[in-house]
Design a protein around this ligand. Sequence first.
Ligand SMILES: Nc1ncnc2c1ncn2[C@@H]1O[C@H](COP(=O)(O)OP(=O)(O)O)[C@@H](O)[C@H]1O
Ligand SMILES: Nc1ccn([C@@H]2O[C@H](COP(=O)(O)OP(=O)(O)O)[C@@H](O)[C@H]2O)c(=O)n1
Length: 231
Amino acid sequence: MESTDARTAPAVIVAIDGPSGTGKSSTSKAVAAQLGLSYLDTGAQYRAITWWMVNNGIDVADPSSVADAAGKPDIVSGTDPSAPGITVDGTDVAGPIRTQEVTSKVSAVSAVPEVRARITELQRSIASAAGQGIVVEGRDIGTTVLPDADLKIFLTASPEARAARRSGELKGADVAATREALIKRDTADSTRKTSPLAKAADAVEVDTSDLTLQQVIECVVTLVEEKRAAK
Ligand SMILES: Nc1ncnc2c1ncn2[C@@H]1O[C@H](COP(=O)(O)OP(=O)(O)O)[C@@H](O)[C@H]1O
Ligand SMILES: Nc1ccn([C@@H]2O[C@H](COP(=O)(O)OP(=O)(O)O)[C@@H](O)[C@H]2O)c(=O)n1
């Protein structure tokens, strides 16, 4: 299908949610780039606030300490899908937010309601400022952050497929250990009280276990084109 001209197409808001390793980031970036939309990685924002907590000696196991500090860091997210970038108090943290330490602590920080309120507000203001529209990826975008999104996608994949993808990225990390860590984080994210990882009732579920990344991208691009055509 011919892509609609990004300059004349109506703005479209796309929410892509799902657990770790289902392909949210790769798919969202590619779809946004292909359709001339902005892109927001909300997981990077939760990682950035976690990085700040760790760097500032906040005990992330103590929700009240995390809540008290939640308003302090200034997080700025880039929205260009080819070079998103993220800074905290002016420092580029794109690399440091991907460490094992941040990954193991992010679920505890992101479960704190004050953290979610702060980051959700930031996400809504970024989405409303995106002129051509935006692809926003995360865990609660379709359910809580942007419940009126034009299109909601919920990506899934088997734990085996997700662990194999992630351990490939981590240069051959043990697949079994990666699988256990993923399942632990999914469980924490799905069972927290505030805005858990969940599929919105009106989301389209796509199981990516046996699809190539290119197939997933094509599927989502087609769904966005259909929504745009109907606007
Ligand atoms: N359908 C797919 N098939 C194979 N590998 C994939 C697929 N989708 C994503 N990947 C790879 O899996 C890894 C995790 O994808 P990513 O987009 O970061 O997932 P998420 O954002 O959901 O955690 C990346 O290395 C990516 O290239
Ligand atoms: N909308 C979101 C996005 C991420 N998160 C939290 O941020 C963590 C990191 O998200 P991520 O998208 O970078 O995770 P990966 O895809 O790298 O596994 C998740 O495990 C959640 O704890 C969240 O709570 N809500």
